[in-house]
Ligand binder design. Structure first.
Ligand code: CAA
Length: 390
């Protein structure tokens, strides 16, 4: 008889059910629209509606703010399953989590009660404005400023590469409140799309995730009430980093989902495709490529789920595990999807088959929420400071 102790090392039934429910919605409503979403470069409004209908658009929001209250592991599984079908659509729950995480970690009860329920109800999305034209990896070098003026702050500056910008109603915006002090002078605010002085650049023309608009966001004398400050003034840098500790796990999940989509498609294809009088899956060279892909995928998934558990518990080594899962799973997704194109040969290189889209979509997971070079800096720093408990 199986030792019940080992029951802990598999997904609880509740998480298996979350996967099955998400898969059902995605197979029916999201996957059939993925190719068109990519080729038309449009926000997948119908997929968003389907996700809203199933309460999968912002699953992480706690029940007390009208959310589904799904934990970090369940949220990772939701994002993974959506990404398996359509990476662009998976950015809906991923970026809703990214945008709202600073509130969940640091905002007043009043701010949380005002801004989280509309996201939970699917009436608004929430984007995260950290990067700037001259401050991508070097967050502390940001130039956007927020100046206190009576009961208000006045924001001026520009943010770049903001996912779902223009579609989202709400934005977490990081700005310098004490210029010249680097990471010690940054604060976080909630800004609304409707605030006078907020405007957007044209959608970026991108390699992948074409259904998720990426735009600049401009702040021109944007006056907001001072109570839109998230947490404590000048402590925004740490809030930004703590947020990314949690949400790099969701990018890892997205990468796992994209990789799974590619493995699923390629393994079906090689069993159908005949060359030299037999299916190409009969050749060891092909089997080795598939085996490598499946192995990397399984490893990336395990790391992601461990990191998700650490995110849920707020373990002190989350920084290490979040960065490691994101870095490993995204590098794996890039290799897996590139090999999937190779396995389909000439067909894989055409838009008639989904693997070239998956390869293009995988690339961003190595770049956003911190390049994989930044992840390695974070990982090494955690290791050398004794914070990584392997
Ligand atoms: N949790 C809490 N505090 C943290 C922290 C963390 N994870 N990481 C750093 N800190 C603290 C440090 O302890 C330090 O505190 P003290 O001043 O009290 O000592 C302070 O923050 C400054 O830390 P560093 O000196 O390490 O900061 P740095 O300027 O050298 O930057 C970095 C470090 C790792 C390079 C960081 O800037 C970084 O992660 N850059 C990448 C940014 C990134 O991921 N951008 C993604 C944008 S979002 C996006 O892509 C979203 C999208 O659209 C999908």
């Amino acid at each position: 008889m199986a030792n019940p102790q080992f029951d802990v090392y598999r997904l609880p039934d509740e998480h298996v059910a979350i996967r099955e429910a998400t898969k059902e919605v995605c197979d029916a409503e999201v996957a059939p629209r993925a190719a068109e979403t990519d080729s038309a470069h449009v926000f997948p409004a119908k997929s968003y509606a389907a996700l809203r209908g199933a309460d999968l658009h912002a699953p992480h929001i706690p029940v007390e703010y009208e959310g589904a209250g799904i934990d970090a592991l369940g949220t990772a599984i939701v994002i993974e399953e959506i990404a398996r079908a359509c990476a662009s659509s998976s950015l809906i729950p991923a970026v809703n989590k990214l945008g709202t995480m600073p509130l969940l970690l640091g905002a007043s009860e009043e701010l949380k009660s005002r801004y989280l329920p509309p996201v939970a109800r699917g009436e608004a999305m929430f984007s995260y404005c950290l990067s700037e034209p001259e401050a991508g990896s070097d967050v502390a070098g940001m130039k956007t400023k927020a100046v206190r003026d009576g009961d208000s702050y006045v924001l001026n500056g520009a943010k770049r590469w903001i996912t779902n910008a223009g579609e989202s109603e709400f934005y977490t915006v990081f700005a310098s409140t004490n210029p010249g002090t680097g990471s010690k002078g940054i604060s976080a605010f909630v800004v609304e799309k409707a605030d006078p002085g907020v405007s957007f650049g044209a959608p970026e023309s991108k390699l992948g995730i074409k259904g998720s608009p990426t735009r600049e966001v401009f702040f021109d004398d944007v006056r907001i009430p001072a109570d839109r400050l998230i947490g404590v003034e000048n402590e925004g840098f740490k809030l930004a980093m703590r947020t990314l500790d949690h949400t790099r796990v969701t990018i890892a999940a997205q990468a796992v989902g994209i990789g799974q989509g590619a493995v699923d498609y390629a393994s079906g294809y090689v069993q159908e495709r005949q060359q030299f009088g037999k299916p190409v899956s009969a050749f060891q060279g092909v089997q080795f490529m598939l085996a490598d892909a499946a192995m990397k995928l399984a490893a990336g998934r395990q790391m992601t789920y461990v990191a998700a558990a650490k995110s849920e518990r707020e373990d002190p080594d989350l920084t290490f595990f979040g960065a490691s899962a994101k870095c490993f799973a995204s590098d794996a997704a890039m290799e897996i999807t590139t090999d999937a194109v190779q396995l389909l040969g000439g067909y894989g290189y055409t838009t008639d088959y989904p693997v070239e889209r998956m390869m293009r979509d995988a690339k961003i997971t190595q770049i956003y929420e911190g390049t994989n070079q930044v992840q390695r800096i974070v990982i090494a720093k955690q290791l050398l400071s004794g914070m990584a408990h392997l």
